[in-house]
Design a protein around this ligand. Structure first.
Ligand SMILES: [Zn+2]
Length: 274
């Protein structure tokens, strides 16, 4: 599943191709992805030009003259630039025909992705974006207000960090890496985390996310960003996917456990369960 650094890579790659290009036509092959009336969706976007692309958490925000298209890739959504109609596959569910007959396609084997349309400037009135917490990579993130939100929660700290309404942008890979750096067991109840420990966790998360952004994200298993761009952060992973390998800090074997229903990797020595 793409997380913040992967979506950032997709954003930057697409910006190079799309800015200044006009949409000539839209073909919708699977309409459940679009959370908007299909006819109005086409009317609002045909003849519009890609002015900018932003990202908030794991959401992409395509900005046109008047409207914004907010896209979430969920499990396996990808964008491709296709040069020929013949290159379009059965998993390309939404096809934007651009000038010079180049196609931007939204490809999604699992079909969990979403697209929402709104007026430019009103993106954060959408239910999806309005619920999100502060972005994890924001250098001015208010750690104290996150502490207030979690200090009575009996959920495991991992579940809390995955909750996008608490903090936006962390997913399974980077939470495992964060808690390893912070030396905190993912099952530790949020209410037992001190403000000082939370600061260490947030600082660790920012270190991990910023490094991953620099390296173009992580390419593992099913996820590769669009346009064949591979991330390189998989070479920097300390625990995620590394069960049975030695911890780089203490040589203990890394273990895979389950926390909050998710496959979770820890060093049982560095991250002791209390
Ligand atoms: Zn260790």
């Amino acid at each position: 599943m793409p997380e913040l650094p992967e979506v950032e890579t997709v954003k930057n790659t697409l910006k190079n191709f799309l800015l200044g290009k006009k949409i000539k036509d839209i073909i919708i092959n699977y309409d459940k992805i679009i959370k908007y009336d299909n006819k109005d969706f086409k009317n609002a976007l045909i003849d519009q030009t890609f002015m900018d692309i932003d990202r908030y958490g794991k959401y992409l925000i395509f900005k046109f003259e008047k409207n914004s298209l907010v896209s979430h890739l969920r499990m396996e959504g990808k964008y491709f630039i296709r040069k020929n109609l013949a290159d379009i596959t059965k998993h390309d569910h939404i096809i934007f025909t651009l000038e010079n007959d180049i196609y931007l396609t939204y490809h999604d084997v699992r079909k969990f992705g979403t697209m929402e349309l709104t007026k430019k400037g009103e993106e954060f009135f959408l239910k999806s974006l309005s619920k999100l917490g502060p972005e994890i990579n924001n250098p001015n993130i208010d750690i104290n207000s996150i502490y207030q939100k979690i200090k009575t929660s009996s959920r495991p700290i991992k579940a809390v960090l995955l909750d996008q309404t608490i903090v936006a942008g962390l997913g399974n890979i980077y939470v495992d890496e964060t808690l390893f750096l912070a030396k905190i067991h993912p099952n530790k109840q949020a209410k037992t985390i001190s403000l000082k420990q939370l600061k260490i966790i947030i600082n660790s998360a920012q270190e991990v996310i910023n490094k991953a952004i620099k390296l173009g994200g992580t390419t593992i298993r099913s996820y590769q960003s669009s346009l064949g761009v591979d991330g390189r952060f998989q070479n920097e992973l300390n625990v995620h996917t590394l069960a049975g390998k030695q911890c780089k800090r203490c040589n203990t074997l890394i273990k895979k456990i389950k926390v909050a229903g998710r496959g979770t990797y820890i060093c049982p020595n560095c991250q002791e369960e209390e």
